[in-house]
Design a protein around this ligand. Structure first.
Ligand code: AMP
Length: 105
């Protein structure tokens, strides 16, 4: 079964994309833990960091460069947090890779 993020990417669930390119989308977290809480989500349904393959290098790199660009666009480069939760014992609820970007600026 497709992950909730794949359904968002496929526009089966309405959701505003703050940014999109060939590899990924950026959306607002539905349950924000900071003033700004975004999710950077690859279009490829990689479950988590544990399942990353060498061939996913470009996607992963794009996720980090997108985080840097979004932080700059939102003028929060002075302070933000990036994190991955990994597997349910590492607080991951949605098994589709995503990078959290949070800031209180
Ligand atoms: P994680 O615990 O790392 O798997 O994070 C999953 C995140 O996805 C949580 O912070 C949720 O609030 C968020 N989330 C779940 N469903 C949606 C949705 N439909 N739109 C936006 N964010 C969502």
């Amino acid at each position: 079964m497709a992950s909730i993020f794949t359904r968002i990417i496929n526009k089966e669930i309405p959701c505003e994309f703050l940014y999109e390119n060939e590899n990924l989308i950026v959306i607002k977290d539905i349950n924000p833990k900071a003033k700004i809480h975004l999710l950077i989500i690859p279009k490829k349904e990689i479950p988590s960091i544990n399942e990353l393959e060498k061939e996913d290098k470009e996607i992963l790199s794009d996720m980090f460069f997108t985080a840097k660009k979004i932080a700059s666009d939102l003028k929060i480069s002075e302070g933000y947090q990036l994190h991955f939760n990994v597997w349910p014992k590492g607080w991951q609820e949605v098994m589709h890779l995503h990078l959290h970007l949070l800031s209180d600026l």
